[in-house]
Design a protein around this ligand. Structure first.
Ligand SMILES: Nc1ncnc2c1ncn2[C@@H]1O[C@H](COP(=O)(O)OP(=O)(O)OP(=O)(O)O)[C@@H](O)[C@H]1O
Ligand SMILES: [Mg+2]
Length: 376
């Protein structure tokens, strides 16, 4: 028996499919899985026909190039109809089985059937591949849009919360200033005793810590911008001042402080805000080290680079747990029973207002905060 060429087989197969397409689609529709009240039911039928027409085109031209138009349409409709991807794949495979069964019952000989099945499998494999790819890409882009929306909403709410906190903090400030003034007057008026001096010291310390907390809140809000007092800030001098300021706390906690500072570096900004950044990071290091039983060390390094200053503050002790590392710069993230979780978010905001960057790394025995500032 003389074997037909692939071209002849493709032609026979195409003719067979043209004759059979109505019954293929009808049979296929009996088995497909569709959502109840599928709004695209009529389109599903049309897609069934188009699937057979594309198979015929493949047999006639050998090209699968235009198949993605159909898969894209099907994927879009399945997503809008909220159809499950499993059902979508199932329906395509049902199409494959229906065509296969009919092909087996056709008048083609065994050799022709074998070759025909191969072509048909290749076609359905590609159809399935493109359909799943389109469906997943569309689903991903929907999820991404939703995430973006949630993030924006979250951000708006945080901003609002920040504004509320800021206006509260602002309102606390004035009464606090007048209370401070009257305490000062009272202390002058009252007869001095050892006991009263002690009480006044406590009151002043508490007032100061309250003031510091309020200042942190205000840094977080937009109420304190950079615009007001831009000056040339000598970073090295500021670091030295802050280390001196913190020195009693370092000795009290048995911390060895090591400063490795290059020559002076000038940046443009607000020196009290930069001091706040140094203070917050150093205070965190002290707080962390006071829980540490081994040797306690803090190292501050300042390096001048081409047009940047790199400042790093590192301490040993317990590392920041992995789950926290990504979020330490978010407001209200804290592991301390009395912490507000504002310190590092204030740092980030200040550094970014100075066009700088701040990063954290924390490994087994060392935690480092690295800040880059553009230099003058
Ligand atoms: N040097 C450090 N070593 C280990 N963990 C740290 C260090 N610095 C910060 N952390 C972790 O990051 C968290 C957030 O720090 P952040 O300064 O923002 O808030 P806080 O210190 O908890 O409270 P606040 O500074 O507002 O009083 C801390 O609770 C701590 O778990
Ligand atoms: Mg802190």
């Amino acid at each position: 028996m003389e074997c037909s060429t692939q071209e002849q087989i493709n032609k026979k197969l195409a003719t067979f499919l043209i004759e059979q397409k109505a019954s293929i689609v009808e049979k296929w529709l009996e088995h497909v899985l569709l959502p109840q009240n599928d709004p695209f039911y009529e389109e599903v039928k049309k897609n069934g026909y188009q699937t057979i027409l594309e198979l015929i085109n493949y047999l006639e031209t050998g090209s699968l190039d235009r198949l993605n138009k159909l898969t894209n349409k099907m994927a879009t409709e399945r997503i809008e109809a909220k159809a499950d991807i499993g059902d979508f794949v199932h329906n395509i495979n049902i199409g494959r089985s229906v065509v296969y069964e009919l092909l087996m019952c056709s008048l083609l000989n065994e050799h022709e059937k074998g070759k025909g099945v191969l072509m048909m499998q290749r076609y359905f494999d590609h159809l399935l591949y493109l359909s799943v790819k389109d469906y997943t890409a569309l689903k991903d882009s929907i999820i991404e849009k939703k995430n973006q929306f949630i993030q924006e909403m979250h951000h708006d709410r945080l901003t609002m919360l920040g504004q509320i906190a800021a206006s509260f903090a602002h309102e606390f400030r004035n009464p606090l200033t007048s209370v401070k003034g009257f305490i000062y007057l009272l202390q002058r008026e009252l007869e001095k005793t050892e006991q009263s001096d002690h009480y006044f010291d406590i009151i002043k310390n508490e007032m100061q810590s309250l003031e510091e907390k309020i200042t942190q809140f205000l840094y977080l809000s937009k109420m304190r911008g950079l615009e007001d007092k831009l000056v040339h800030v000598p970073i090295k001098t500021l670091i030295e001042e802050m280390i001196e300021f913190m020195y009693p706390r370092f000795t009290e906690t048995n911390i060895i402080i090591h400063a490795d500072l290059d020559e002076e570096v000038m940046i443009e900004g607000d020196s009290s805000q930069i001091k706040q950044v140094l203070l917050n990071i150093l205070v965190n290091a002290v707080e962390e080290l006071s829980e540490w039983n081994g040797e306690r060390k803090i190292e501050v390094k300042l390096r001048r680079m081409e047009d940047k200053a790199e400042l790093s503050i590192c301490n040993n002790g317990n590392p920041i747990p992995d789950y926290l590392l990504e979020n330490v710069f978010e407001p209200f993230v804290t592991t301390k029973s009395l912490g507000t979780g504002l310190g590092l978010s204030v740092c980030k905001q200040i550094v970014e207002k100075h066009n700088g960057t701040i990063e954290v790394s924390s490994e087994e025995d060392i935690t480092c905060f690295t800040i880059m500032f553009p230099t003058l």
